[in-house]
Design a protein around this ligand. Structure first.
Ligand SMILES: NC(=O)c1ccc[n+]([C@@H]2O[C@H](COP(=O)([O-])OP(=O)(O)OC[C@H]3O[C@@H](n4cnc5c(N)ncnc54)[C@H](OP(=O)(O)O)[C@@H]3O)[C@@H](O)[C@H]2O)c1
Length: 372
């Protein structure tokens, strides 16, 4: 058996350290990938800093990371869409309950990806660009297309001859938001969104027809005005304060579906505390109470609000359809662009911990990427 290098989480809350793992053979429905670029998401430093509470099932040592681009070096017996040598991008789900956090984590030289969560990388994209998609795109798709959320038609589904419908996306300059704008437009919906002034032109260029600054005290009224009486098919809430703001917009525009992707309290301050206990108690109490209060608030206004889990498409029909049909087609057409733009912060696994810290410090329409 051969071995390879990995950035290991050796214990909950530890810094990532270099390690060596046995290189696995792919299972029947997997491809083994030589990883060439990884991107970082907020969940990576959240899991690193709080997994004793938030990801209690996660055993260590573990390999974190969701976003993978690289090349296929082996295919499982049942794989039909990929061959050895092909460049791919895909969603690694090793930190999810019931998955293998060593075989299926992104931050290592070789990882396994499920065929159904993998797409070919077109020649027009570098690996660094391809790595920005997986979790942002998957979370956006869950929010827009899964039936507990907005339940919208997917790109390629026939559109009815009636009015197109508007999707409200609070947080259009986030990674999830930029993918949501593009997917909603590709499915034939109009989009109104938020972004700071410096990112307004970028999100407009992705297809939003109105952009409002999420820091503006009149942001809700401005979004309602931007909807302009068109039918609202739902809202996606991304970022602090987004859930209550979306409930207000939906109430005033007649929309009745809300996909919530962010916790009501950010966890970045907690993650860097030397001890989780007792600092976690008021934070998690506020998250629990805030979520309950918002859900009840939504229900009283006739709005169905559910929390999105970006990797849940692994277990439904939407995932294989997204990764097997929609993503390859949109990438080949050039109608799905790698946004936020990659910001490459290193060239080796040693750079991954710094990349997590950089993401936690805050980004603005940038995806932190490490090349391997
Ligand atoms: N539930 C899931 O499965 C799942 C999966 C992925 C992400 N998420 C969550 O979704 C959110 C977005 O994640 P991401 O990786 O896409 O984020 P990201 O790219 O790190 O987000 C950075 C952007 O957030 C925007 N922003 C900051 N505060 C905001 C606010 N109050 N309202 C709206 N936008 C705000 C900033 O916009 P400007 O610079 O333009 O101000 C910045 O460009 C996070 O809360 C993350 O934890 C959830």
């Amino acid at each position: 058996m051969t071995s390879h290098a990995a950035a290991l989480l050796s214990a909950p809350r530890a810094a990532l350290t270099p390690g060596t793992l046995d290189t696995p053979a792919p299972a029947d429905d997997e491809v083994l990938v030589r990883v060439r670029a990884v991107a970082v998401n907020p969940v990576d430093w959240v899991v690193q800093g709080t997994s004793r509470i938030t990801y209690r099932w996660l055993r260590t040592p573990a390999v974190l990371g969701s976003d993978v681009a690289g090349e296929v070096v082996a295919v499982g017996a049942a794989v039909t869409r990929f061959r050895v040598g092909q460049r791919v991008l895909g969603l690694a789900t090793g930190t999810d309950r019931g998955r293998d956090p060593l075989r299926e984590g992104a931050f290592q030289e070789y990882t396994t990806l499920l065929e159904r969560l993998t797409a070919p990388t077109p020649d027009s994209l570098s690996d660094e660009e391809a790595a920005v998609f997986p979790l942002g795109l998957s979370t956006a798709a869950c929010a827009l297309f899964q039936s507990p959320h907005l339940g919208l038609r997917m790109p390629g589904d026939p559109a009815p001859g009636t009015a197109r419908g508007v999707v409200v996306i609070w947080g259009g300059s986030t990674s999830v938001g930029m993918n949501a704008i593009q997917l909603a437009r590709a499915a034939g919906y109009d989009v109104v969104t938020t972004a700071s002034a410096r990112n307004a032109a970028t999100v407009r260029d992705l297809g939003a027809d109105a952009v409002v600054d999420h820091r503006s005290p009149s942001a809700v009224a401005e979004l309602v005005a931007a909807v302009g009486g068109r039918p609202v098919v739902g809202a996606v809430a991304l970022g602090a304060g987004s859930t209550d703001a979306c409930i207000d917009v939906l109430t005033r525009t007649g929309g009745d579906r809300l996909a919530m992707a962010s916790t009501p309290v950010a966890l970045d301050a907690l993650v860097c505390r030397r001890r989780l206990f007792p600092a976690m108690l008021p934070v998690f109490a506020r998250i629990g109470l805030g979520t309950l209060r918002s859900t009840l608030h939504a229900r009283r206004r006739g709005i169905r609000a559910n929390f999105v889990w970006g990797s849940s498409l692994r277990d439904d029909e939407m995932g294989p359809r997204l990764w097997g049909e929609v993503v390859p087609r949109l990438l080949a057409e050039g109608s799905l662009r790698p946004m936020p733009a990659p910001l490459v912060v290193g060239d080796s696994l040693d750079a991954v911990q710094g990349a997590l810290d950089r993401q936690r410090a805050g980004v603005s329409a940038q995806k932190i990427v490490v090349r391997l």
